[in-house]
Design a protein around this ligand. Structure first.
Ligand code: HAM
Length: 435
C-alpha cells in the first residue's frame, strides 16, 4: 500500500519547539507592555458568526469578499476570525461594559485566519497581538495606542534605527468622508475602465477601497488622487493635530502619510501603520486606528474606540533580517539521570520523579543507550546536572551528582538529592565566573 505523507495546510505552519523560543519572547514582551499601558487580556473564541465580520470589516473588502474561512452548519454560518477587533467589540457589547465600566482597555494575542495568497510574511493562519481601547475619543489615547505599538518594536531592537516607519493619517468622519468619497469618485470615473476588475466592481459600492488596492496598475492610476486630509472638518483636524502633538510630547516619531487608507471599513479619524519597508509590497507589521461607530454598529451604544494589531510573521521576518533573532535552542532539563549497567531501568523513572516532585525538571534515557552515550546525551540536551546511579551507589543509598559545566562530581544520599541539585543549579556557571 502506498504510504501517504500528510503535509501541513498551505499557508499554515507548525511551530516547533526551536521556533517557539522566539515566539515566547514576543508573547511575553507583548503581555508585559500591555500591562504597563493598563490593558487587560481578553480571549474571545476563534469562531464567530459570519455576519459579524460582514457588518464590521465591511461587505466590500478583500477580507470579506475573498479571504474568510467559513463553515456552514445547518442554518448557521460561522467564520474563523480574520481579525480580532470585531470579536472584542462584540464581547464588549455582550458583557454590558457600556453600562458598568464604559472605558475598557483590552488586549489579545492569538491566531487569525485569512485565505490570502501565501507569500513572504503573509500566511493563512497568522498571529496577531492587538489592543482595543473602547470608550473614549480622547486624543491622548490615540497617541498612547500608537506609542504602545512603537514601544513594542523598539523593545525588540526594531526601532527607527532598524528602518521602521510609523505612518499616520486621518480618515475623518461623517461629512468629511462623504465629500471625500465624491471627490474620489470624480477622480476615478474618467479612467475607471483602466482599473483592475476588483476596483471597477467596487466603484459603486465602496469607492474608498480602490485607494487601498494592491494591484500595481491601480497603484499607478491612484497617483494624484484626492487626499482625505484636505477634506477634514475643523473638529477632526483639531483632533488629528492633538494626536500629533501628544506623539511629539512623548517623542514618538511618525510621518503623516495621506496615502494610508487601511483595508477595513470600520475606521474613522486617526489611522496608522507601522512599516518595515524592506519587506516590499506587504511591509506593514502593524495597522490600526479609531473606529468610533463600530460599537454602535454591532448593537451597542455610541461609544468611540481606538486600537491596533501587530502581525508576528512580519515582525519575526524583520527581526531575522536584522540579525536580532537569537539562535537559541529550547533549554534542556535541569537534571539528566544516567544509569550504569546493573541498575534496573525503573530507577531512571524513580529518580526523575523524585526531582520533579521537588519542582525541578528531569529526564532519563529511554533509548537503551550505554552509560557513556547517556552522558553525552545529557551534555547535548543542555542539562546543567547529571545524576549518576551505579550498582555501588545503589547499595549505599547514594547517587553521584555531576555539574556538567564545571565537571565537579560528588556523592550525595538519595534523600538529599533534590536539595543538593537545587543548590548546584543556583551556583553561577563556571564560564560566567569573572577571571
Ligand atoms: P490589519 O491591517 O488587517 O488590521 O492587520 C494588522 C496586521 O496583521 C498587519 O499589519 C500584518 O502585520 C498582520 N497580518 C494581516 N494579515 C496577515 C497575514 N495574512 N499573514 C500575516 N500577517 C498578517 C487588523 O487586523 C485590525 N483588526 C487592526 C485593528 C485593531 N484596528 C483597530 N484595532
Amino acid at each position: 500500500m502506498e504510504r501517504k505523507i500528510y503535509r501541513v495546510v498551505r499557508g499554515m505552519r507548525d511551530l516547533l519547539p526551536k521556533d517557539l523560543v522566539a515566539w515566547r519572547r514576543l508573547e511575553a514582551h507583548a503581555a508585559d507592555l500591555a500591562r504597563r499601558f493598563g490593558y487587560q487580556e481578553i480571549r474571545p473564541p476563534l469562531l464567530e458568526e459570519t455576519e459579524l465580520f460582514r457588518r464590521s470589516v465591511g461587505e466590500v473588502t478583500d477580507i470579506v469578499e475573498k479571504e474568510m474561512f467559513t463553515v456552514e452548519r445547518g442554518e448557521h454560518s460561522f467564520t474563523l476570525r480574520p481579525e480580532g477587533t470585531a470579536g472584542v467589540v462584540r464581547a464588549y457589547v455582550e458583557a454590558g461594559f457600556a453600562k458598568t465600566a464604559p472605558l475598557q482597555k483590552l488586549w489579545y494575542l492569538g491566531p487569525m485566519f485569512r485565505y490570502e495568497r501565501p507569500q513572504k510574511g503573509r500566511e493563512r493562519q497568522f498571529t496577531q497581538f492587538g489592543v482595543e481601547c473602547i470608550g473614549s475619543l480622547d486624543p491622548r489615547l490615540d497617541a498612547e495606542c500608537i506609542a504602545l505599538a512603537v514601544r513594542f518594536f523598539e523593545g525588540l531592537g526594531l526601532g527607527a534605527a532598524g528602518g521602521l516607519e510609523v505612518r499616520i493619517n486621518s480618515m475623518g468622519d461623517g461629512d468629511d468622508r462623504d465629500r471625500f468619497r465624491e471627490a474620489v469618485r470624480a477622480f476615478v470615473a474618467p479612467k475607471l475602465a483602466q482599473y483592475s476588475e476588483d476596483s471597477q466592481r467596487r466603484f459603486e459600492r465602496n469607492v474608498l477601497r480602490i485607494l487601498d488596492s494592491k494591484d500595481p496598475r491601480d497603484i499607478e492610476l491612484n497617483r494624484g488622487a484626492p487626499q482625505l486630509i484636505d477634506f477634514l472638518s475643523d473638529e477632526n483636524r483639531e483632533h488629528f493635530d492633538k494626536v500629533k502633538g501628544c506623539l511629539g510630547a512623548i517623542d514618538v516619531k511618525v510621518v503623516v502619510d495621506p496615502t494610508v487608507v487601511r483595508g477595513l471599513d470600520y475606521y474613522t479619524r486617526t489611522i496608522f501603520e507601522v512599516h518595515y519597508p524592506a519587506l516590499g509590497a506587504r511591509s506593514a507589521l502593524c495597522g490600526g486606528g479609531r473606529y468610533d461607530h463600530l460599537v454602535e454598529q454591532l448593537g451597542g451604544p455610541s461609544v468611540p474606540a481606538v486600537g491596533f494589531a501587530i502581525g508576528f510573521s512580519g515582525t519575526l521576518l524583520a527581526l531575522q533580517e536584522l540579525g536580532l533573532l537569537a539562535d537559541d535552542e529550547p533549554t534542556g532539563p535541569d537534571v539528566h539521570v544516567v544509569l550504569a549497567d546493573g541498575v534496573t531501568e525503573l530507577e531512571g523513572l524513580l529518580l526523575a520523579d523524585q526531582l520533579r516532585q521537588a519542582g525541578l525538571s528531569a529526564a532519563f534515557d529511554a533509548e537503551g543507550r550505554r552509560m557513556k552515550a547517556q552522558m553525552k546525551n545529557a551534555v547535548r540536551s543542555g542539562a546543567r546536572l547529571a545524576v549518576i546511579l551505579g550498582p555501588e551507589e545503589l547499595e549505599r543509598g547514594e547517587v553521584q551528582i555531576k555539574d556538567l559545566l564545571s565537571a565537579e562530581q560528588s556523592a550525595v544520599p538519595r534523600a538529599q538529592l533534590p536539595e543538593r541539585a537545587r543548590f548546584l543549579l543556583a551556583q553561577v556557571p563556571p564560564t560566567q565566573v569573572a577571571p
